[in-house]
Design a protein around this ligand. Sequence first.
Ligand code: CTP
Length: 405
Amino acid sequence: MEPPIVLSCLAGRRVHLGVCGSVAAYKALDLMRLFRKARLRVSVVLTPAATRFVTPLSFAALEAEAVDTDMFAAGEGAPFGHLRPRAVADAFVVAPASATTLARLAAGLADEMLAAQALAFSRPLVLAPAMNPGMWANAATQANVRCLQERGHSLVLPVLGRVACGEEGQGRLADLEDIFWALLSKLCPQDMAGKTLLVTLGPTREPWDGVRCWTNLSSGRMGAAVATAAFLRGARVLAVAGPGAPRLPGGVERHDTGTAREMFAAARSLWPQADAGIFTAAVADYSPLPLGEGKFKKRQAGESLSIAFSGNPDILFHLAAERRIGQKVVGFAAETSDLEAQATAKLEWKKADMIVGNLVGGADSGFAGDKNTVFVRDIHGRAESWPVLSKADVAWRLLDWLETL
Ligand code: CTP
């Protein structure tokens, strides 16, 4: 599984992972791996029923700092192990959360270690239930879920599908990445709450004949990092994604598009709702004049081939021109030389508030990798060259800067 995001501001933050008795308990091991890849420190608690499905040893092998099972076990922290997460963890996530544990938490019972730790815990609690669809639909479970939500706890609801017993319905543990994002947002400042951000990302794909197209090497990773960071900071994110752009957190409002003109139409229709737009997409400036649905045959051309292209709208330029007072516009400039001069020229002629330039083709500055090396300039004359950073960290810093514009 790919590390979904590595933010240096979250490295070392502490998460307590609770695991209940459920066939889905084995997925908690993968969730733990995601947390570790994000450089979070993780401790674990298993209910007695969970130990019938997974062992403490597995979590210890994945670098859990402590694995609790028994409230009355001797050893480090005893007899106050139930208070350790309260003292050290920044957030507590229970995945999978069984019907029994939801009932315990709703009732305030503390008759086993996970429930006791949760009852004592006063920071964010995220619950990701998994169970048989009938158990989930039962009025008792639903009342417990409502009660826990009303108390301010976050629920990552189970999804529809086939569960282990063979029944179909709502009960499957939510996607691990969605649980991961829910947890991460609890660790992030919610300083963008109430804001709406439009992000364009990825390449565009301009069809030529029935099987060929004109596109580029953009991976969409930089835009995905921006969309994800803004989402984690509480913003409403409207993402207009080109073909093959990465998966985004479920809470991001994603609009998939193909051609530059489709991307333009989608972005333009969403733009009035946004407080700011960050335009990371590598949009085709030109499209080949389409030949139609049939496949072009080489005998139609001979030794060489010329293709006519027509121009596409510049999305950033048009939306900057149409903006209302206060709407901010951030552009990207992918260059192969003269980075600062080219980026500065684009800031001016596109009438952006800020431009983020990077040299494409470098090992730490390209379309495909997880890192980027950027030059940033804004309309107030502030300019900075940043060292090599993860795309997630570049995104985070850009949002910090955007907030000051
Ligand atoms: N952009 C856009 N629509 C286009 C072309 C570019 O919205 N049709 C945006 C990009 O998303 C980026 C910025 O404009 O934020 C600069 O894009 P870039 O590809 O670096 O430059 P171009 O404007 O296409 O100019 P050139 O190809 O000459 O460098």
